[in-house]
Ligand binder design. Structure first.
Ligand code: DAK
Length: 257
C-alpha cells in the first residue's frame, strides 16, 4: 500500500484507513482507489475488525479525483478505464464505514464520503461538487446521493454552481452526523466506532444492508444515467479547457462545445 495507510486494530475491533497523498490534497487516482478497495475487501474478511474509519488529514479528506490524470482523457478512455468497478466494490463493503473529514471533501472526495455510512466532520470541513467549474459533472454518484442527502433544490444549487458547503451547513442538511472542533474529529469518529463495535456484528451488518437497500432501490438507474453523461462531458472541448485551466492555474474559457 503506497497511497494509503491501514491500521487493522487502532482500537479493539476498529480499523483505520488513512488516505496519504498529502501534496495533492489526497486527490483520488485509480491506484489510491484500488488500494482502498483492496484494504476494504481484506478488512471485511477479517473477523477481528467490526467497524472501519476512513480519513484524510487535517487539510483534506480528498480534493476530488486527480484532475491531472483525467484532463486529456477521451470519453472512450474513461469508459475503458472503468473505475466504476472499483467504486462499486467499495460500495459493497459489508462492515460499517465512518468517514472522518477535515478540510476539503470535494468532487470525488465528497462522493467518497457519501459512499461511507456515517460522517464525522471537523468544523473546518468543506463539502462540494465543483466539477461544473472544470467542465464536467459528478461521476461517482454525486447527482444521486447528494440529492437524496440534501434535497433537490440544494443539490441543484451545489452541483450547478460548484459552491462549497461548510461543516455546519452540511450538518444542517443531514450530510454529516456531527461537527466537532478540529482537534476532535478523529477522536469522535473512534467514539462512534467503538460504540458500534460493542454490538452484534451480525446485526450491524444486516442493518446496514437493509438501510442501504431502502436508499438504493432506484439508485442503479440514476447511476447509469449519471455515468453516461459523465463520460459524455469528456467528449466536450469545455472539459478539456476546464481541466487544462485548472492545471495552468488560470480561469477557464467555456465555449459550450
Ligand atoms: N486533482 C489533482 N491535483 C489537485 C486536485 C485534484 N482534484 N486538487 C488539488 N490538487 C493539487 C493542486 O494542483 C496543487 O498541486 P501543485 O500545483 O502544488 O502541484 C496542490 O494539490 C495543492 O492545491 P492548491 O494549490 O490548489 O491548494 P489551494 O488551497 O489553493 O486550493 C482547492 C485548494 C481544493 C480549493 C483547489 O486545489 C481545488 O479547487 N482543487 C480541485 C477541486 C475539484 O475541482 N475537484 C473535483 C475534481 S473532478 C469517477 C470517480 C470520481 C470522479 C469522476 C469519475 N469515476 C469512478 C469514473 C470525480 C471527479 C472529480 O472529483
Amino acid at each position: 500500500m503506497e497511497l494509503i495507510k491501514v491500521t487493522e486494530q487502532k482500537e479493539p475491533h476498529v480499523a483505520l484507513i488513512e488516505l496519504n497523498r498529502p501534496k495533492e490534497l489526497n486527490a483520488l487516482n485509480p491506484q489510491l482507489m484500488q488500494e482502498v478497495r483492496d484494504a476494504l475487501v481484506a478488512l471485511d474478511k477479517n473477523d477481528a475488525v467490526r467497524v472501519i474509519i476512513i480519513t484524510g488529514n487535517e487539510q483534506a479528506f480528498a480534493a476530488g479525483a486527480d484532475i491531472k490524470q483525467m484532463a486529456d482523457k477521451s470519453a472512450i478512455d474513461m469508459l475503458l478505464l472503468d473505475q466504476f468497478t472499483t467504486w462499486d466494490q467499495i460500495r459493497k463493503t459489508k462492515k460499517p464505514i465512518i468517514a472522518a473529514v477535515s478540510g476539503f471533501a470535494l468532487g470525488g472526495g465528497c462522493e467518497f464520503v457519501m459512499t461511507c455510512d456515517m460522517v464525522i466532520a471537523s468544523e473546518t470541513a468543506k463539502f462540494g461538487q465543483p466539477e461544473i467549474k472544470i467542465g464536467t459533472i459528478p461521476g461517482a454518484g454525486g447527482t444521486q446521493r447528494l440529492t437524496k442527502a440534501v434535497g433537490k433544490a440544494k443539490a441543484m444549487e451545489l452541483i450547478l454552481t460548484g459552491r462549497f458547503l461548510s461543516a455546519e451547513e452540511a450538518h444542517f442538511y443531514g450530510l454529516v452526523n456531527k461537527v466537532v472542533p478540529k482537534e476532535m474529529y478523529l477522536h469522535e469518529a473512534f467514539t462512534l466506532a467503538k460504540e458500534i463495535a460493542q454490538l452484534s456484528p451480525v446485526a450491524v451488518q444486516l442493518a446496514k444492508e437493509a438501510i442501504n437497500r431502502s436508499f438504493e432501490t432506484h439508485l442503479d438507474e440514476g447511476l447509469t444515467l449519471e455515468r453516461k453523461n459523465f463520460y459524455l462531458t469528456f467528449a466536450s472541448a469545455d472539459q478539456k479547457e476546464g481541466m487544462k485551466a485548472f492545471i495552468e492555474k488560470r480561469k477557464p474559457e467555456f465555449k459550450g462545445q
